[in-house]
Design a protein around this ligand. Structure first.
Ligand code: GDP
Ligand code: MG
Length: 266
């Protein structure tokens, strides 16, 4: 599944765009009071292709106007995860020094960048988008996240820039995902079920841990099992690495037929 990540400085309209594009089709809602009221991850189907949309800003409600190191990391991890980056700027305010800084970071990454000039609410404002050609991207898309103007073109462009179509192999496998807090015994359970040391994970906090997948057969049925390596309470998630670990786990849950939730009785 392709991943599309929304980046940009605060108040440019990232969350508005996210909500507008995901609409009611959103399949994952992550709400935890005190952290952010914004949803951060949604699945979109468009003309037979599916992609994940991630609002990086939704995760840091207190992002400042200066580009703090935390936001730098947020953007860098966002880029790493992304197949396509939606870079949002504010067409009413015009070019802002932080836009230039973000643009610099994006240019270094070898990713598809789509520059969206937001808050172009009226036809006569379209010219304002030209301010942003100075950022050096191929094309500038004037949009109104609130009004919906230009979003059809954005969806088309995302669609056209999606990474090579892989035909999804329809298997008769039953997908199982193992969930539980860190150290509840998920990896041990997986190892016992498949009887080989497949689920060895690096338990150091803060390291990127990919999902561990294994396949096995039981009584004539084929299973695929995924160890999520521990879903942390999102309010404790402070680092982008962990944020994306959570995003990956949410995806695995989406794809699963059966979710096994493991508790540590001690
Ligand atoms: P974020 O910080 O980038 O997520 O920005 P938000 O989505 O929270 O939006 C910041 C402000 O800009 C809010 O007051 C929105 O209502 C406003 N806004 C977002 N999109 C548009 C738009 O297309 N036109 C106008 N006029 N305002 C917008
Ligand atoms: Mg936001």
């Amino acid at each position: 599944m392709a991943t599309v990540v929304i980046v940009g400085r605060k108040n440019v309209g990232k969350s508005t765009l996210f909500n507008r594009l995901t609409g009611r089709r959103i399949s994952v809602v992550y709400k935890e009071p005190g952290v952010t009221r914004d949803r951060v991850c949604g699945e979109i189907n468009w003309r037979g292709r599916t992609f994940d949309l991630i609002d990086t800003g939704g995760f840091y409600p207190d992002e400042s106007d200066n580009l703090t190191s935390q936001i730098n990391r947020q953007i860098d991890y966002g880029i790493k995860e992304a197949d396509i980056v939606l870079f949002v700027v504010d067409g009413r305010i015009g070019l802002h020094p932080v836009d230039e800084e973000i643009a610099g970071r994006l240019r270094k990454a070898n990713k598809r960048i789509i520059l969206l000039v937001n808050k172009i609410d009226r036809n006569q404002d379209i010219g304002r988008a030209n301010d942003f050609t100075a950022l050096g991207f191929e094309k500038v898309f004037p949009i109104s996240a609130e009004g919906g103007f230009g979003l059809g073109d954005v969806m088309e462009t995302i669609h056209d820039n999606m990474p090579g179509t892989k035909t999804i192999r329809r298997t008769n496998k039953i997908n199982i995902v193992i969930l539980g807090r860190p150290n509840s015994g998920k990896s041990t359970l997986l190892n016992s079920m498949i009887k080989k040391d497949r689920a060895i994970v690096d338990e150091r906090p803060g390291t990127t841990r990919d999902l561990v997948t294994a396949e096995f057969s039981f009584e004539g049925k084929n299973f695929q099992i995924v160890d999520t390596c521990g879903l942390r309470r999102i309010s404790r998630v402070r680092e982008s690495v962990e944020f994306y670990a959570v995003v990956r786990s949410l995806r695995a849950i989406n794809a699963a037929d059966i979710a096994v939730l493991l508790f540590d009785v001690t």
